[in-house]
Design a protein around this ligand. Sequence first.
Ligand code: IMP
Ligand code: MG
Length: 175
Amino acid sequence: MQDVEMLYSAESIRNRIKALTGEILRSHAGDEIVLIGLLNGCFMFISDLARALSATPIRISVDFMKVSSYGDSQQSSGEVRVLQDIHLSIHGRPVLVVDDILDSGHSLSTALRILRTHAPKSLRTCVLLDKSGRRQVEIRPDFTGFEAPNRFVVGYGLDYAEQYRALPYIGALKS
Ligand code: IMP
Ligand code: MG
């Protein structure tokens, strides 16, 4: 794509997910993990992560939640609304929340607040990209794929006005 500058190739994402899977397993006690993906941006990442985790002895369940933050297409407003709640029971179970990118932190912290009310055994977070310099809410992911530059990124699930989600790599929009 001419308007996208590649930052993370499909191969580097694949390799990073393999390593992340090891990190998750090494720090996990117990024989199951419930993955909860935040839609829509998580869809490619969670499918690759779930497949990688499935190659291990851990039992993996997958569910989704959808929160939307108001604002324009590049900026979170801090006002977050729940559009779809989870369907699985997570009471007493170890949960790993999976998201595409952590930016201001509003979406993920809202999702965590809601999930906590279901009393999971543990609640950890895994984000593919972290723009840690842009945080407005104090939150640090337990597992991070890549520390992202302070640019608007697209591809591998991430969109700009619903475009570019299906790209197999992650790039920055050329302005
Ligand atoms: P936050 O609530 O500001 O942390 O925003 C998190 C959500 O905003 C992510 O899950 C994405 O859906 C979206 N987002 C934040 N930064 C980007 C970006 O650079 N590209 C695409 N989507 C983004
Ligand atoms: Mg998202």
